[in-house]
Design a protein around this ligand. Structure first.
Ligand code: ADP
Length: 590
């Protein structure tokens, strides 16, 4: 973890070196001032005021230069140092986002989006402060502490030793408190991420919340998550308060030692009164950097707690990766072959004793789809139809067996080329908060306006878009909230037209639509499926009447396969479904 953290300083080398030099200069100047003062007062006592008068002008000039340099250094360290920290923070945020983009669906199934948002946004907030102050404070404070110690031991070894002993004892206490603080900050991160997840869930599902009048339930869940965060914050402030109090007590004991032990040394003639005065001046040079270090611990701990959570994600290897020798997929015809495919979702179910139940969702499935063919998958809900389709673009990897496209195993080709070759239209359409043009162009970045319009025409959505006052520049709202289900679906289809994939998956694309929208969508889907190998998952058997073949999928297996007529004649599962649906019995079941 430490190595990864340090690596972020690499690109900031120039700034880091300049920042360090400025920090060194400014610590040196702070250390020099009391020496100068001592020299001056020493001169007063030794040679009288007239001798000093001559040098005063030079000393004043020297001081002006010293403080001008110090002011410049303070500005540099504060402004540029923070900028360096902010750049590191920004780079970490990008790297973390990059890493999230690499993960497969299995990762997103297992992690809440609120938690992920928390890691990218909140957790990295303190990095800027930590990354900047970590080297600067350590350098400045160490120089000041070591410098002050050398001077203090020179003036009075006995008093300096006594003060060092006091400091060591208190530092011991503070190290323990520090460990506690680290745990509290880590807990803090977890709790705020809980608030984020809850918020994400409640606001993301606001339509369900409203339709079930579930506002009170949501308020209560939010109150609980927020309350947990508050308690964690309260713990944090208790620990921080204790820490600050220990530091304040240490300063008190330092002064007590100077007054009592130093007074004793002066009274017994073992130390000069002037030395005690200088000592009192220097002690602040010793205690204030210790206090700064103490206070900075809080900043570091916060930064570390955040970085640790980032590091956790960065260390997770994406479970689906391109092989080293992966080649781009070359689709010549579009033949698909599932050979003895098995698949189980990770940690899908646990038994009473908490162990994972290995129930294959896809169980030795064999399915070959001819080039350009449209095959419909039907079967009971939970039978494995969607999962079968998710394995083709490698949203998940098969546990055993293989899936090939024109003889190339999907695991041997680059994910990029594989996913470019497959178009997916799902029931749950996701539109980005942008214009209709942007949303369609997502299918092929860089597409011209003519191409976008052509795709929209093919998807039966051009007329509608043209009727809007702002046409293709209409903003669709978050998740396309300003469009109807059918309109969203047709925008999604236009997107796939533009992508022009060789293979198409229609996953219950029309099942959520009313009859009228379904008709318009169905027509554009049929156009889209022309000349492409297509897999359709449909609840309503009416939507698959144009399929070349039908396969029934149950318990992760293909149970029967054939044309509509063949399957009806066979009188098996499909025939039963068909009768059920058209006799109106349990039509919603399919
Ligand atoms: P179908 O499309 O035929 O309705 P699915 O392929 O969606 O069936 O689901 C098959 C089984 O896999 C079901 O038991 C379902 O609960 C489970 N399942 C589906 N998706 C996930 C997932 N992301 N994580 C865990 N289990 C899942």
């Amino acid at each position: 973890m430490f190595k990864r953290f340090i690596s972020y300083y690499g690109p900031q080398k120039g700034l880091f070196i300049a920042d360090t030099i400025c920090a060194l200069v400014y610590a040196g100047i702070d250390l020099a001032f009391p020496i100068l003062l001592r020299f001056l007062t020493g001169g007063f006592f030794a040679e009288g005021s007239s001798a000093i008068m001559d040098g005063l002008l030079y000393i004043a000039l020297g001081l002006v230069i010293m403080y001008a340099v110090r002011t410049a250094c303070v500005y540099f360290v504060s402004a540029q140092g923070h900028i360096m920290g902010a750049r590191m923070e920004s780079k970490m945020r990008e790297d973390l986002f990059d890493q999230y983009e690499r993960f497969s669906f299995a990762y997103f199934d297992a992690h809440s989006s609120g938690d992920m948002m928390s890691r990218v946004v909140n957790d990295l907030f303190d990095i800027c402060e930590g990354a900047h102050h970590l080297p600067e404070w350590i350098i400045i404070c160490s120089i000041k502490i070591i410098g002050a110690l050398v001077i203090l031991f020179t003036i009075s070894p006995a008093l300096a030793a006594a003060l060092t002993a006091v400091t060591v004892v208190f530092m011991g206490i503070m190290v323990r408190q520090n460990l506690h603080m680290r745990a509290v900050f880590a807990d803090n991160r977890k709790k705020i991420s809980g608030v984020n997840s809850q918020l994400q869930d409640s606001l993301g599902g606001i339509r369900v919340v409203k339709s079930f009048a579930g506002e009170d339930v949501e308020r209560e869940k939010f109150r609980v998550a927020n309350g947990r965060y508050l308690r964690s914050k309260e713990d944090q402030y208790h620990v921080m308060g204790g820490y600050q109090a220990t530091s304040a007590l240490m300063t008190g004991v330092h002064y007590l030692t100077i007054v009592v032990f130093g007074g004793y040394l002066v009274a017994t003639g073992r130390m000069a009164a002037l030395d005690l005065a200088t000592f009192a001046l220097y002690i602040s040079l010793f205690t204030s950097p210790i206090e700064t270090l103490v206070n900075s611990t809080e900043t570091f701990q916060k930064a570390i707690a955040g970085f640790r959570r980032m590091d956790e994600v960065m260390r997770t290897a994406p479970d689906i990766q391109d092989k080293k020798d992966a080649r781009p997929l070359v689709v010549t015809e579009g033949a698909i072959e599932y050979s003895s495919v098995c698949f189980t979702y990770p940690d899908t179910e646990t038994s009473d004793d908490g162990t994972a139940l290995e129930r294959p969702v896809i169980d030795h499935m064999n399915l070959s789809i001819r080039p350009g063919e449209t095959i419909a998958l039907v079967g009971p809900s939970g039978g494995g139809k969607s999962t079968t389709c998710s394995l083709l673009p490698r949203f998940y990897d098969v546990a055993s067996g293989s899936i090939t496209i024109d003889g190339q195993d999907v695991r041997d080709v680059t994910q990029d080329s594989l996913r470019r070759a497959i178009g997916l239209v799902q029931q749950d359409v996701y539109l980005f908060d942008g214009t209709l043009r942007d949303n369609i162009a997502y299918g092929r970045p860089g597409a011209t306006d003519e191409e976008i319009e052509h795709a929209a025409r093919q998807a039966n959505i051009h007329e509608f878009i043209s009727s809007l006052p702002e046409g293709y520049d209409t903003v669709v709202g978050e998740r396309g909230s300003r469009l109807s289900g059918g309109q969203k679906q047709r925008v999604a289809i236009a997107r796939v037209f533009l992508k022009n994939p060789a293979i198409l998956i229609l996953d219950e694309a029309t099942s959520a639509l009313d009859n009228e929208s379904e008709e318009a969508v169905q027509e554009s889907l049929e156009r889209l499926a022309q000349d492409r190998t297509t897999i359709i998952i449909a609840h309503r058997l009416s939507t698959i009447k144009n399929a070349d073949e039908i396969a029934t999928v149950e318990r992760g297996k293909v149970m029967e396969r054939g044309t509509h007529e063949e399957l009806l004649a066979r009188g098996g599962t499909y025939a039963r479904y068909y009768r059920m649906q058209f006799e109106g019995a349990r039509s919603h079941e399919l």
